[in-house]
Design a protein around this ligand. Structure first.
Ligand code: NAD
Ligand code: UDX
Length: 465
């Protein structure tokens, strides 16, 4: 029976950091070392003040404070940590390819392959290698291929253990997951490796919630779970447009259909469009995989989820322009929120980026306030699109740490993230300091519309006439 005493996790990002912190907390008998090539990121994880760790997640800094230095370590010494570990998690980024074959759709597995080669190169003992990153189905065979040709004599078992945490609720999700999924080989060695990982999770997850499958099912289930969730958001968002034409109300429709126990109430909240590092990337990858097997109809079906999401973001920006007498040229538009959802500082694929980009083409002047996102991140996100020169982004967009300042003298306010604090603002004060008519475009259906209207605002929500 394999007993794990030392874990190494490659990648100290939004997944590696929180997942390993929780494993370390729940398994004080296991030494957990999280490694990354990014020195700045590791330094931030080691900051004596745990409020400065690089990932903002409710409850995370407290758990880091408890486990760090006891059995949780953050380091840039990648080789040493791999070498001493019995189990190595790969939790590196797998973004959409930006070059070559599969550009804009396939997952870029460059960092995964580098990890596999590094594990192969430095290992002096047998190891279980765990895919924690989200990977295209059949990636394990490539990892296996690299690891079985090392010539070192070391034996490797490969497991798939995708992560289902959502940002903003990562600690809750890790403490009490709906399920933990572990895929592996059906050989004796494969079963033993799976059991070793089951034993780790069994320290806090009820056994019936730990699912074991073959490795390909596990890899594909992760892409599928994200595709299903995103598909619900696109489904409700597509209907929000129909509601706006027919005087049906999307919140009422969501409630009405969500109370059917077969449908369920979650992920039926209409919005300016889904963001985040996972949904779009994973669906594009699913589409690419389906096409590469010649499954055109399957690919087209899932691609529509992305098409509706892009449409929703554009539609929101166009509504701001339309309401502003068809021009936002030189007009100040205040953005409340830049993160892709509340309770995270992550902005990857945030709808705010695309709405801003669209408005900048129309020469709007945007002022952004987000309680957790830094100015450099906002500019970085816009520059990454390469829609215009970086100086033009800085000319068109200002970032402020004061929401009232953001809204002062604005023609319109756009709510891009559902931060709770927006509900508590002094909206009368905001109204008094805005240009009239004072428009609010609530991309999250967050605010109390009647209250705002009573103050004098014109409010446009998603999915209401
Ligand atoms: P991230 O970009 O936040 O972190 C990845 C880290 O890996 C980076 O800090 C990078 O420097 C490091 N890295 C890359 N190559 C390395 C190497 N060779 N050696 C050492 N470090 C290396 O990414 P993330 O959001 O944590 O996502 C990681 C994986 O988990 C992705 O496959 C993603 O799809 C998946 N996932 C993400 C989420 C989420 O909510 N973010 C949820 C579930 C699954
Ligand atoms: C998602 C999956 O939920 C998680 O299981 C997986 O591990 C990673 O990808 P995440 O992207 O962190 O998690 O957040 P999620 O809560 O799924 O939200 C994704 C996007 O959809 C956000 O922009 C959110 O605002 C939006 N959304 C979600 C809606 O617009 N409406 C909804 O009803 C739900």
């Amino acid at each position: 029976m394999t007993k794990i005493t030392k874990i190494c996790c490659i990648g100290a990002g939004y997944v590696g950091g929180p997942t390993m912190t929780v494993i370390a907390k729940k398994c004080p008998h296991i030494k957990v070392t999280v490694v990354d090539l990014n020195e700045e990121r590791i330094a931030a994880w080691n900051d004596p003040d745990t409020n400065n760790i690089p990932v903002f997640e409710p409850g995370l800094s407290e758990v880091v404070a408890e486990a760090r230095g006891r059995n949780l370590f953050f380091s840039t010494a990648v080789d040493e940590a791999i070498d001493e570990a019995d189990m190595v998690f790969i939790s590196v980024n797998t973004p959409t390819k930006t070059y070559g074959a599969g550009i804009g759709q396939a997952a870029d597995l460059k960092w995964i392959e580098l990890c596999a080669r590094q594990i192969a190169r430095v290992s002096k003992t047998d190891k279980i290698v765990v895919e924690k990153s989200t990977l295209p189905v059949r990636t394990a065979s490539a990892i296996k291929d690299i690891l079985t040709h090392t010539g070192s004599g070391c034996k490797f078992q490969i497991l798939s253990n995708p992560e289902f945490l959502a940002e903003g609720t990562a600690i809750e999700d890790l403490n009490a997951p709906d399920r933990v999924l572990i895929g592996g080989d059906s050989t004796e060695e494969g079963k033993e490796a799976m059991q070793a990982l089951v034993d780790i999770y069994a320290n806090w997850v009820p056994r019936e919630r730990i699912l074991t499958t073959n490795i390909w099912s596990s890899e594909l289930s992760k892409l599928t779970a994200n595709a299903f969730l995103a598909q619900r958001v696109s489904s409700i968002n597509s209907l929000s447009e129909l509601c706006e034409k027919t005087e049906a109300d999307i919140s009422e429709v969501s409630r009405a259909i969500g109370t059917d126990s077969r449908i369920g109430p979650k992920f039926l909240k209409a919005s300016v469009g889904f963001g985040g590092s996972c949904f779009q990337k994973d669906i594009l990858n699913l589409v690419y995989i389906a096409r590469s097997y010649g499954l055109q109809e399957v690919a087209d079906y899932w691609e529509q989820v992305i098409i509706i999401n892009d449409h929703q973001k554009k539609r929101f920006a166009n509504e701001i322009i339309r309401t502003s007498y068809n021009t936002v040229n030189g007009k100040k538009i205040a953005f409340l929120g830049w993160a892709f959802k509340k309770d995270t500082n992550d902005t990857r694929e945030s709808a705010a980026i695309y709405v801003a980009d669209h408005l900048l083409f129309e020469q709007a002047k945007i002022t952004v306030y987000d309680p957790k996102v830094q100015e450099s991140q906002v500019y970085g996100d816009l520059d990454y699109l390469r829609s215009r020169d970086p100086q033009e982004n800085r000319f068109g967009v200002k970032v402020t740490s004061d929401p009232y300042e953001a809204c002062k003298d604005a023609h319109a306010i756009a709510i891009l993230t559902e931060w709770d604090e927006f509900k508590t603002y002094d909206w009368q004060r905001i109204y008094d300091n805005m240009l009239k008519p004072a428009n609010v475009f609530d991309g999250r259906n967050l605010l109390d519309v009647e209250k705002l209207k009573a103050i004098g605002f014109q409010v446009k929500s998603i999915g209401t006439a």
